[in-house]
Design a protein around this ligand. Structure first.
Ligand code: E4P
Length: 217
């Protein structure tokens, strides 16, 4: 499973990228707002840092305007993925932009039917939102499994990009189901390293090393 990092914070991306943990980046207007940076400027910086796909989201609502914005975003760098919302206009924009050879990420997906339409429209990635479904007492992970099954049934090449990930458990569940990609905030990716037994075991090893006077360098 590929790891995308869901942020527009350069320092956080750089730290994970240095560890080989970043196969791509996703942003959205809320994350750009949080960064306090100009969208074109910060997106260019991310694209210079990361060689994998970098999703930059359009803000227009009409297909023609989304297409114009998508073309402008795609000029930033070769690894730009134009992110469009899963609306009828978004699907039209997806069809045109993917027809031009641009990578397209169709976002705000909350049902298997929406994912089916995105694949038919030539999406490179479909972004089903797990956390926002869980927030409504629905099961976001079921949606990932349904889309995986449907795409496999018909050999759709659209990649399942699990999004709205809120916990380390979401990451392992996505990997078990076979999501192609999971995009998560830096804190969630780092939390995957945590285990209470690791902390407990290490504390004992440190204590024993100190009491035995073990020194290596
Ligand atoms: C993904 O592309 C989205 O930007 C993101 O995962 C949304 O996550 P949220 O529901 O935590 O805002």
């Amino acid at each position: 499973m590929k790891f995308f990092v869901d942020t527009a914070e350069i320092d956080a991306i750089a730290e994970l990228n240095d560890l080989g943990m970043v196969d791509g980046v996703t942003t959205n207007p809320s994350l750009i707002k949080k960064s306090g940076r100009d969208i074109l400027e910060v997106t260019k910086e991310i694209c210079d840092l990361v060689s994998g796909p970098v999703s930059a989201e359009v803000v227009a609502l009409k297909a023609d305007d989304m297409i114009a914005e998508g073309r402008k975003l795609a000029e930033i760098a070769e690894n730009i993925t134009v992110k469009v919302p899963l609306t009828w206009d978004g699907l039209k924009a997806c069809k045109v932009l993917s027809g031009e050879g641009k990578m397209v990420n169709v976002t705000l997906c909350f049902s298997a039917n929406q994912a089916l339409l995105a694949a038919k429209a030539g999406a490179t990635f479909i972004s089903p939102f797990i956390g926002r479904l869980d927030d409504l007492n629905l099961d976001g992970m079921d949606l990932i499994a349904d889309i995986r099954e449907i795409y496999d049934n018909f050999g759709f090449e659209t990649q399942v990009l699990a999004a709205s990930i809120r916990s380390a458990n979401h990451m392992s569940e996505c990997a078990k189901i076979g999501a192609d990609v999971a995009t998560a905030p830096p804190g969630v990716i780092k939390a995957m390293a945590n285990h209470v037994l690791t902390d407990k075991g290490l504390a004992q090893f440190v204590k024993d090393a100190e009491s035995a006077g073990i020194k290596i360098v």
